[in-house]
Ligand binder design. Structure first.
Ligand code: ZN
Length: 296
């Protein structure tokens, strides 16, 4: 079962969030019919988007839009994250979900090759209350996703972060997926930082830890090197949640304008719109389209 837990280590001087997102990633794999390569890329991406919903969004109804655009074959990957109390709600899509690349020489999935090594990561934070927008754009480091987000946290948010993301996938689907994010408080000492660095050096990868069925608490201890971690929150969730509706797509059809809508009515007599986030289909018959035309 998926689980997300927040911990404090070193007497509150280090915070950490650990996530097992295996079920979520399997759900997204099925929605978008992802290949092993794109499951790995999307799994890493969706996991960090979901985590950000629980760490970067403070108010319900605020949202974060994440655009990862590399020069690789998968094209754009987009995630939209909202928060409802203890739940991070995400929806994601990828331009070319059917891309499949050969494994790298070390036997790992070539996520960097699929995403591309050049491009950018753009993160837009929208506040519902103040109606303000904050935009952080960084160039891609490697396209491997964890490194790219780490760069974003360091340069755009001035928040030194350790981030690990991992997905184990085979032709039967997602075997395990998850990640962790470690943040140091300003009062963390050199000694504590060194201890964490050493713990990380000897820690297995997050994919290995999850596939060995380690609990999040065990993972938190292993990656911080602190046996006395303190559980802060264990009722957190990351859910796939698309808020699309026929009304939203009606607005979309109205916005294409009188000429184009008339053309659709005359040429096709109907319209089928597929939500790119959840693949749900919405059908509009001729009468419905003519009603929309009257509203323009
Ligand atoms: Zn949808």
């Amino acid at each position: 079962m998926d689980k997300i837990e927040k911990y404090l280590a070193y007497n509150g001087k280090v915070s950490l969030i650990c996530a097992n997102t295996t079920e979520l990633i399997e759900e997204i794999r099925k929605i978008h019919d992802l290949t092993p390569t794109t499951t790995a890329a999307m799994g890493r991406f969706a996991t960090i988007c979901g985590i950000m919903g629980l760490t970067s969004i403070k108010e319900n109804d605020d949202s974060i839009t994440v655009q990862l655009k590399g020069d690789g074959p998968v094209g754009s990957i987009v995630g939209i994250v909202k928060r409802e109390n203890n739940i991070s709600k995400i929806k994601t899509y990828m331009q070319n979900p059917l891309v499949e690349l050969p494994l790298k020489s070390n036997g790992k999935i070539d996520v960097g090759g699929a995403v591309g090594h050049a491009g950018y990561l753009n993160i837009i934070k929208q506040s519902a209350i103040t109606d303000s927008e904050y935009n952080g754009l960084v160039p891609l480091v490697s396209g491997e996703i964890a490194e790219d987000f780490t760069e974003y946290f360091a340069t755009s948010e001035q928040k030194p972060t350790v981030l690990a993301l991992g997905v184990l996938v085979n032709k039967d689907g997602t075997q395990s997926a998850g990640g962790y994010m470690i943040n140091l408080m300003p009062d963390a000492t050199e000694n504590e930082i060194t201890k964490i660095e050493e713990a990380l050096k000897s820690a297995p990868s997050i994919s290995e830890l999850l596939s060995e069925n380690k609990t999040l608490e065990e993972i938190a201890k292993i990656v911080t090197g602190d046996e006395n971690i303190e559980l802060l929150e264990d009722n957190l969730e990351i859910k796939f949640d698309c808020d699309c509706s026929k009304e939203k797509f009606e607005k979309g059809l109205i916005s294409i304008g009188k000429d184009d809508l008339t053309k659709i009515i005359e040429e096709d007599g109907r319209a089928e719109i597929v939500c790119q986030f959840c693949n749900k289909k919405y059908n509009f018959n001729k009468e419905e389209l003519e009603d929309l035309l009257k509203k323009i």
